[in-house]
Design a binder for this molecule. Structure first.
Ligand code: SF4
Length: 273
């Protein structure tokens, strides 16, 4: 198996896996989505909330606010499978805010107003709007964050995108007349008709969604000039995170979890089943 990173940023990684099988690639995808530990607000005490937003909705918004959850900050915190998980109170947060100053109509309360008891574990972004307060309205909320897994709730899912597709393949039928018009059917603009060189150029094969609009257009033109398929064992994998941890960390932890499960299975078989 070969892996090649195509692009990488703080929140996104795209890489090509060659010579792999669908079940293996899908296992990595599922581990990344549902089995990587992440921190999220779990318990919320509404001491005061006379805003227009219901307690349940506000608590839900707090739960879905991404918190810094890299490996360094999770280290030492109990995981759901640990004995002391239930007893651990969690990382405390407070949200104590008053409505707008005199003369102003509303005040928007953002994620930056959520004050953490641990400076390392705080909202990833400062500017997520949580609730609007009108004059005379106020909040006094305490919340507790815990480590969890995406398989329990989406708020513990570090990935916002975690997908793969088989590597596209575009071929042209040399026996047919060149159908320049089929290039116009591509919604992604990756086909370019070059009448001077008498070819259709594929500008970025990896961007092809395999929608086959070009194939249908060519069939309608009665030319059947273009074919779209894919490589069975090559994949383009994309992970985007909510910023709580880097995509590289997600991938490393997903592989560790998959390895752990394989090890457990091996010991089970070795010990006689
Ligand atoms: S399959 Fe869709 S995305 Fe790919 S080249 Fe054809 S029209 Fe464009």
């Amino acid at each position: 198996m070969e892996i090649e990173v195509k692009s990488q940023s703080d929140n996104e990684i795209v890489f090509i896996i060659r010579d792999a099988e669908v079940p293996f690639v899908n296992a990595i995808r599922r581990m990344a989505m549902v089995n990587v530990p992440k921190i999220a607000i779990e318990d919320v005490n509404m001491i005061k909330n006379n805003s227009a937003m219901f307690n349940e909705v506000l608590a839900h918004r707090l739960g879905l606010t991404p918190l810094v959850s890299n490996m360094d900050v999770i280290e030492g915190l109990p995981l759901p499978e640990d004995e002391d998980y239930e007893k651990h109170p969690g990382i405390g947060f407070s949200l104590i805010e008053e409505g707008p100053k005199e003369g102003e109509e509303t005040k928007v309360i953002y994620s930056k107003h959520l004050i953490s008891s641990d400076p390392k574990i705080k909202p990833v972004y400062d500017t997520i709007p949580l609730v609007k307060l009108k004059p005379g309205q106020s909040l006094n909320i305490e919340a507790f964050a815990k480590v969890g897994y995406g398989k329990e709730h989406a708020k513990w899912m570090p990935t916002t995108v975690c997908t793969y597709k088989q590597y596209p393949e575009i071929t042209f039928n040399d026996d047919a007349n060149i159908d320049y018009d089929c290039a116009n059917a591509c919604p992604r603009g990756i086909l370019k008709a070059d009448r001077r060189s008498k070819v259709i150029k594929v500008l970025d094969i990896e961007d092809c969604s395999m929608c086959k609009s070009c194939v249908r257009a060519s069939q309608q033109n009665g030319l059947n000039y273009i074919n779209v398929g894919y490589h069975n064992n090559d994949f383009i994998f994309r992970i985007e995170t909510d910023g709580s941890m880097s995509p590289k960390e997600v991938l490393l932890q997903a592989c560790d979890k998959l390895g752990e499960k394989a090890e457990n299975f091996i010991s089970f078989v070795e010990n006689g089943g």
